[in-house]
Design a protein around this ligand. Structure first.
Ligand SMILES: [Zn+2]
Length: 179
């Protein structure tokens, strides 16, 4: 997903697709013809938590976003905020979205998600406590690792890699409406 700017955020001049010489050669980007402001459109870092509930036999919490059609359950994700490390951001997201307390965090990997212009930073999070979902989430389910199915994009690859590291060969499902 590409965010669309129409006007320069510095001087309010209408932006245009303008070629300029960059380190890698000439490149067309959305730029301001007046002050040369450039819309770099860098990918946004997104934090994703594979939450292992240490007080629920190590089952993994997946949640369904209230805005999604169908009954798909996914990792807890959220945008990083200014002034926090990935670990701090994840603890905050896990607390805000599930009310669980994150005890231990370990990096699983970094995954591109170009369709959304995002980079996913996925952690294995050991957490415990009573689940209280934020209004953004409609419901959650606790899965034994062997029962988890992964989709073939973004956080699905993170989940698959984590499952493999735990001795479970990941099984994939195709999302409805996407080949
Ligand atoms: Zn400008």
């Amino acid at each position: 997903m590409t965010s669309v700017f129409k006007f320069c955020p510095q001087c309010a001049t209408p932006l245009g697709a303008i070629e300029a010489l960059e380190d890698g050669g000439p490149k067309v980007r959305l730029r301001c013809p007046a002050c040369q402001w450039t819309h770099w459109n860098n990918p946004t870092p997104v934090l994703a938590a594979i939450i292992e509930c240490t007080d629920r036999e190590g089952r993994v919490l997946l949640a369904r976003n209230a805005a999604w059609p169908g009954r798909m359950f996914a990792l807890i994700t959220g945008f990083m905020e200014a002034g926090e490390s990935p670990e701090e951001g994840l603890k905050r997201e896990v607390a805000e979205e599930t009310a669980l307390e994150a005890d231990r965090l370990a990096l699983v990997g970094v995954y591109d998600f170009q369709r959304m212009n995002q980079v996913i930073i996925a952690y294995h999070v050991q957490a415990r406590g009573e689940v209280r979902l934020s209004p953004e989430l409609a419901e959650y389910k606790l899965f034994a690792p062997a029962d988890i199915r992964c989709w073939r994009a973004g956080t699905g690859y993170a989940l698959a890699q984590w499952l493999r590291s735990r001795g479970h060969e990941p099984r994939f499902i195709d999302l409805p409406g996407r080949a």
